[in-house]
Write a protein that binds this ligand. Structure first.
Ligand code: AMP
Ligand code: MG
Length: 319
């Protein structure tokens, strides 16, 4: 396939992205979390193309992105705490897993045959403009080859998928930097399926205590939960004393490192820089023939929980 077209986030680029998506092509789009690899969620062949381009296992369902609550309510059943969550946190980095409504019109590949669907209203103005211009729900997982480091810039997308997709819409670096928090609300309580850009501390005042459900590899209902994911080429170790020749990623003033997630120890900055820093550390390790990358301990509060979730999977043994 020829190299992907690079589109600007102006009226022309947005119209072109929408036309390609309606024609069943794959387009990488900026969102506030990470770049998404989008396809029209109503077209079976287009959705199949996402799995092929990413090398993603077919049992791993996709998140459907919509422009507004009305279109979300046409597809899924919002009962129990779902509506309160939607009103509190959309648009934003939160995905809700909800029962599908009859006549939803989505390709069954989007949900991997489940009777539930994962839905999100993104806050990024460029992604919102493309959603409106396309007039279709967009399935969009992270725009990286399956299992590898997520993309937070158009250049990351180009390096990973540049010859497998039609276009990349460059909206600059993403703002949040980690994927959405995935919740499954129900009358009996709200389960946390994946830590992400919306911290638990913000959610619990709305839902009450969340039910933890994020054990790596525990259940395929939340396959952002595959044990090895977000992995650099170079082995990654978490915490502990650096060994000879390792590339060190620091955090805070006490651990400066070769690279740092945040020199001042700020978790919002660290989440924002996480994937770009992993990409950069991997490149540095390869240039220096380093045996491994080692990353400083990150506090397990707020966005630190999503960071640690990604790091555990990035460091997990690979098949
Ligand atoms: P990704 O787009 O790669 O960040 O992954 C999206 C994640 O959403 C999947 O890995 C699942 O964990 C989750 N997901 C999507 N659809 C469903 C669903 N119907 N039920 C539970 N989880 C889902
Ligand atoms: Mg992903």
């Amino acid at each position: 396939m020829p190299a992907a077209d690079l589109l600007l986030p102006d009226a022309t680029g947005i119209a072109r992205a929408a036309a390609l998506l309606r024609a069943g092509q794959l387009v990488a789009l900026p969102s506030e979390t990470v770049y998404g690899l989008a396809a029209d969620a109503t077209q079976d062949a287009a959705v199949a193309g996402i799995y092929t381009a990413k090398g993603r296992p077919e049992f791993n369902p996709l998140i459907v992105h919509l422009p507004d609550l009305a279109s979300a309510m046409a597809i899924a059943d919002f009962s129990g705490p779902a509506l309160a969550l939607a009103r509190a946190f959309w648009p934003g980095p939160m995905t809700l897993v909800l029962p599908l409504k009859p006549g939803h019109g989505l390709s069954p590949r989007v949900t991997a045959g489940l009777s539930t669907v994962a839905i999100r209203l993104p806050a990024h103005p460029v992604m919102q403009a493309v959603l409106r211009a396309t007039g279709r729900p967009l399935a969009a997982p992270s725009a990286n080859p399956s299992g590898q480091i997520s993309a937070t810039t158009a250049e990351h997308v180009r390096a990973g998928l540049g010859h497998r997709i039609a276009a990349i819409l460059d909206g600059g670096p993403t703002m949040v930097g980690v994927e959405s928090t995935i919740l499954a609300p129900s009358d009996t309580g709200t389960r946390l399926l994946r830590e992400g850009g919306l911290p638990r501390e913000a959610i619990e005042p709305v839902t009450g205590p969340l039910i933890a459900d994020t054990t790596p590899g525990a259940r395929i209902e939340a396959p952002g939960q595959l044990a090895s994911h977000y992995a650099p080429q170079t082995p990654l170790h978490l915490g502990g004393a650096p060994r000879q020749g390792e590339i060190v990623i620091g955090f805070g003033a006490n651990t400066p490192g070769d690279l740092t997630l945040s020199a001042s120890g700020d978790l919002t900055e660290a989440a924002n820089r996480l994937f770009a820093t992993l990409h950069a550390a991997d490149a540095l390790a390869q240039a220096r023939h380093a045996p491994a990358i080692r990353i400083a301990d990150i506090p397990d509060t707020g966005l630190g929980r999503a960071i640690n979730d990604r790091l555990r999977r990035a460091a997990a043994p690979r098949d």
